[in-house]
Write a protein that binds this ligand. Structure first.
Ligand SMILES: [Zn+2]
Length: 88
């Protein structure tokens, strides 16, 4: 992922921020992502970037990303619930 972002910034050396206007791979809604270089890599605002292949990436909007997090949480909570049942 970092290689892709490095290439983007190499292509536009005069820019300190790159704005991507892309479609979310989850819900298909238009998502505007702002990328800024930071001391330890890159800062990404407005959405989430996933590396798909050496020069391709997927984008998810904050809503889809949050939905993923909630799904993970439910899975974890389900496990805790099972454990507490076992204790009874
Ligand atoms: Zn989405």
């Amino acid at each position: 992922m970092i290689e892709i972002l490095n290439k983007m910034f190499e292509a536009t050396p005069d820019k300190s921020m790159i704005v991507l206007n892309v479609k979310c791979s989850g819900c298909g809604s238009q998502t505007i992502i702002k990328i800024t270089p930071t001391s330890d890599g890159f800062g990404v605002m407005g959405g989430i970037l996933f590396k798909r292949s050496p020069d391709r990436y997927l984008v998810k909007c904050p809503a889809c990303h949050e939905a993923n997090l909630k799904t993970d949480k439910h899975k974890k909570m389900g496990k805790i619930h099972k454990d507490s049942n076992r204790l009874k």
